[in-house]
Write a protein that binds this ligand. Structure first.
Ligand SMILES: Cc1cc2nc3c(=O)[nH]c(=O)nc-3n(C[C@H](O)[C@H](O)[C@H](O)COP(=O)(O)OP(=O)(O)OC[C@H]3O[C@@H](n4cnc5c(N)ncnc54)[C@H](O)[C@@H]3O)c2cc1C
Ligand code: FES
Length: 238
C-alpha cells in the first residue's frame, strides 16, 4: 500500500479543552487501531504523528491536543483543505479473541476508542476506562472516566470485577509502566502503545529507540517501525 497520501478535510471541530477532532477522506482501505499517521504541518518539515480515533469507509478521524506549531497548524485548517500524510505506519495492537480491559489516560484514550470499536465489532467483550486531569478534558466514549488522581488506581479493581484476559493501554509513560507491572503481578498480558517525539517516523533516523528485553538480552527497537505497540512485559522500563 502506497504510504504517502493526500486527504480532503470534511470536518474539524472542537471536542473538549484544547482538543480538536479532524476528519478527512483518504484512499486507505484499512488502518489498525494503534497504527499511526504522520501529517505534514508546514512550514515544519518533520511530520507530526497521530493515532487513529476512527476509520470508516476511507474517512480517517484523529483527535489532537494542542501543543505547539504543528497542532496549531492543524487547528486552523478548514473543510475542503488538503492534508498530506504518511500512513499506515507502525504496528498496532494485536487484537486477541480475549476479554479485554482497555486503559487510557488523557489524549491516549483517543486511539483506544477505535480499538474498542474494532474489538466490539468482532464480538469481544471489552471495558474501556480512562483517566483525565480535569472534567473538561474528558473524551467521550469510555465506560468509566476518572477525573483527577490516576487511572492506575482503578486497574486492579477492574481486574477483580471484570476478569480481563488481556489489557491494552495507551497513556503517559508512567501509566504504561505501572499497568505493565500490574499485568506481570496478576499474570495478564499487557500491550502498551509507546510514544516518543519522532523525526522520520519510518524507522530510519533511530531517534525513537527504546530497549526491549528478549530472553536474557536487551535489544534496541524503534517505536515508529517496530511499535508503537509492544508487550509491556518486554519493555525495559526506566
Ligand atoms: C505514535 C504516536 C501517536 C500519537 N497520537 C496522538 C494523538 O492521537 N493525538 C494527539 O494529540 N497527540 C498524539 N501524539 C503526540 C503528537 O504527535 C504531538 O503532540 C505533536 O507531534 C506535537 O506537535 P506540535 O508541533 O504541535 O508540538 P511541538 O512544537 O513539536 O512540541 C510542543 C511541546 O510538546 C512537546 N511534545 C511534542 N511531541 C510530544 C510527544 N509525542 N510527547 C510528549 N511531548 C511532546 C515538545 O517537547 C514541546 O515541549 C502521538 C505521538 C506518537 C509518537
Ligand atoms: S522516528 Fe526515526 S526511527 Fe523512529
Amino acid at each position: 500500500m502506497k504510504k504517502l497520501h493526500e486527504g480532503k478535510i470534511i470536518n474539524i471541530e472542537k471536542e473538549c479543552k484544547d482538543t480538536y477532532k479532524l476528519s478527512f477522506k483518504s484512499d486507505l482501505r484499512d488502518i489498525e487501531a494503534g497504527q499511526f499517521l504522520s501529517i505534514l504541518c508546514p512550514p515544519k518539515t518533520l511530520r507530526r504523528p497521530f493515532g487513529v480515533y476512527d476509520f470508516n469507509d476511507g474517512v480517517i478521524t484523529i483527535l489532537f491536543r494542542l501543543r505547539g506549531d504543528g497542532t496549531n497548524y492543524l487547528k486552523n485548517l478548514k473543510i475542503g483543505d488538503t492534508i498530506n500524510f504518511n500512513a499506515p505506519l507502525g504496528h498496532g495492537f494485536i487484537q486477541k479473541d480475549k476479554k479485554a480491559l482497555i486503559v487510557g489516560a488523557g489524549i491516549g484514550a483517543a486511539p483506544l476508542i477505535y480499538l474498542n470499536k474494532q474489538l466490539k465489532e468482532k464480538g469481544i467483550e471489552t471495558r474501556l476506562i480512562s483517566g483525565f486531569k480535569e472534567e473538561d478534558e474528558v473524551i467521550k466514549g469510555s465506560d468509566y472516566n476518572k477525573i483527577g488522581g490516576t487511572i492506575v488506581d482503578e486497574v486492579e479493581k477492574y481486574i477483580d470485577e471484570f476478569k480481563p484476559e488481556v489489557i491494552y493501554c495507551c497513556a503517559p509513560y508512567i501509566v504504561l509502566k505501572l499497568v505493565s507491572e500490574i499485568g506481570l503481578k496478576r499474570n495478564i498480558e499487557v500491550q502498551v502503545a509507546m510514544e516518543k517525539i519522532m523525526a522520520c517516523g519510518i524507522g530510519v533516523c533511530r531517534g525513537c529507540i527504546i530497549q526491549i528485553k528478549k530472553k536474557d538480552k536487551i535489544e534496541n527497537r524503534s517505536i515508529c517501525g517496530d511499535g508503537p505497540v509492544f508487550y509491556g512485559c518486554e519493555v525495559a522500563w526506566e
